[in-house]
Write a protein that binds this ligand. Structure first.
Ligand SMILES: Cc1cc2nc3c(=O)[nH]c(=O)nc-3n(C[C@H](O)[C@H](O)[C@H](O)COP(=O)(O)OP(=O)(O)OC[C@H]3O[C@@H](n4cnc5c(N)ncnc54)[C@H](O)[C@@H]3O)c2cc1C
Length: 447
């Protein structure tokens, strides 16, 4: 009998695992279980809407989903609709591809006041993630501080600097376009605990800031070192040289009052949120990098802002019975093995780093391990799983349903935009059902 494989999570790592199982000719069926009606995880709800370069990867995942041995079960949340223990009793192998969707937040004095968000929440808000639609009702501030010196912080700063015309060409939901474009926002502060040489920004994403219509990046020339340390590896040296060159091009802003500005604040250690009920500012301590660690110098500066977004990392949301390595935000595993018939891939396996393509090797490795460790299928698998869902009244979304939802989103796109995303789960389900009802009516009419 074929192996029955359940993959929990329809993000990049889940799809790369399914693809590798099929490509390697493993005799198996694959059921992909996803808590949202839509597949693709952070590709849909993470990657910045103004970076729509994922068509190729989505096409290859669509091919995986079209394989006759594959079935998609969207709108099924493991832990809510079925437990992990139950799944492990139904399938020969269960693969956790659940990502690391929760925010790690820095611990700051007075960080309970209103107006502090994590990157997962804020990015979820501007990408139309069903859980973050109502995160806030306005960006009523001239200043936003973004904590973090990686590409996610840069995505957030850039998106906040974009104009209505720029954002309207993307699939960003209308509410987010309106709020960003019509806000009185002037200053976006990107705070890094370390210096410019330590920033993890990628070159092209940094350079892109020079092309924004009504926003300019700003760096104080005095913070840029004249000389590079001599202990850098050749690759670190190349990156440092490239980033320094780009930062140098940010040192002569026009200061045009019609433009927003993205200020890079280096050696700025966030200490305390200012404000009684709402954020009114952030206090930072001036620091230096000492043996690779940021160390405070005891001098402080306050930055006025009404919103703080912490882009300092992500962590896995634990599922019952799954061991977690809390300080790395990932599932405890040995080379991808968590327990008997339980494996893990992607961000949940490695922690929250790496691009979409970084998950491919994980999927391929997991497929080889599955082929090696499990030879023939013994568990009841798909039909029994469907029986469980039906008995519990779970309305799952099939791949055909998703295609209907996808087509409706594309058909509903405003001029210039690639799609209009449905924001709520209910909207997605009713788009899928509308098509089902139409089909039923047509059959009746024919009958
Ligand atoms: C803000 C941001 C921007 C990024 N931009 C880029 C970029 O421009 N280019 C690039 O290459 N990479 C980018 N990345 C990285 C890329 O998104 C990740 O490498 C990749 O998405 C990780 O894939 P994954 O499958 O491990 O996790 P995810 O993509 O998070 O997928 C996990 C899936 O599991 C589902 N799930 C979780 N729990 C359950 C459950 N209990 N039951 C059912 N389903 C569940 C989730 O809903 C989700 O669909 C970005 C990441 C972030 C955070």
């Amino acid at each position: 009998m074929s192996l029955s494989v359940a993959i929990i999570g329809a993000g990049a790592s889940g799809f790369y695992t399914a693809k590798a199982l099929f490509d390697q000719g493993v005799d198996c069926t694959v059921d992909m279980i996803e808590k949202f009606p839509s597949p693709y995880g952070l590709i849909r709800y993470g990657i910045a809407p103004d970076h729509p370069y994922t068509d190729g990867v989505i096409k290859s995942f669509e091919k995986v989903a079209a394989n006759e041995r594959f079935e998609f079960f969207g709108n099924v949340s493991v832990g809510r609709d079925i437990s992990l223990l139950e799944l492990r009793a139904l399938y020969d192998v269960v693969v956790l591809a659940i990502g690391a969707p929760a925010d790690s937040k820095p611990s700051l004095i007075n960080d309970r006041v209103e107006g502090i968000y994590g990157a997962a929440e804020f990015v979820g808000w501007y990408t139309g993630h069903p859980e973050f639609r109502d995160l806030f009702s306005a960006i009523g501030t001239k200043g936003v501080a973004v904590i973090g010196n990686g590409n996610v912080a840069l995505d957030i700063a850039r998106i906040l600097g974009r104009t209505r015309a720029e954002l309207s060409k993307t699939d960003m939901p209308g509410y987010a376009v309106d709020m960003i474009a019509s806000s009185r926002l002037k200053n976006i502060y990107v705070l890094g605990r370390r210096g410019p040489l330590d920033a993890k920004f990628s070159g092209p994403t940094l350079r892109e800031l020079l092309g924004l219509e009504k926003c300019e990046p700003v760096v104080d020339a005095e913070v840029l070192p004249d000389e590079l340390p001599d202990d850098l590896s050749p690759q670190a040296l190349r990156t440092a040289k490239r980033n320094l060159k780009i930062f140098s091009s940010f040192t002569d802003p026009t200061n045009d009052l019609n433009k927003r500005q993205i200020h890079f604040c280096f050696n700025a250690i966030p200490m305390e949120i200012l404000g009684k009920d709402k954020v009114e500012g952030i206090r930072i301590q001036q620091g230096v990098v000492d043996r690779g660690q940021a160390r405070g110098l005891g001098t402080y500066r306050d930055i006025r802002c009404g919103m703080v977004i912490a882009a300092v990392g992500y962590r896995v949301i634990p599922l019952e019975g799954v061991p977690i390595c809390a300080n790395r935000g990932m599932v405890l595993n040995e080379d991808g093995i968590v327990a008997d018939n339980l494996m893990v891939v992607g961000w949940a396996k490695r922690g929250p780093t790496g691009l979409i393509g970084s998950n491919r090797a994980d999927g391929e490795h997991a497929a080889r391990q599955i082929a090696k460790n499990y030879t023939s299928g013994e568990m009841p698998g798909r039909e029994r799983f469907k029986y469980h869902l039906s008995a519990r009244g779970v309305r799952w979304v099939s791949n055909e349903d998703w295609k209907t939802i996808n087509a409706a989103e594309i058909a509903g796109a405003p001029a210039d935009a690639p799609r209009r995303k449905f924001i709520s789960v209910e909207e997605m389900l009713s788009a899928a059902s509308a098509d089902r009802n139409e089909e039923a009516q047509e059959l009746e009419a024919v009958g």
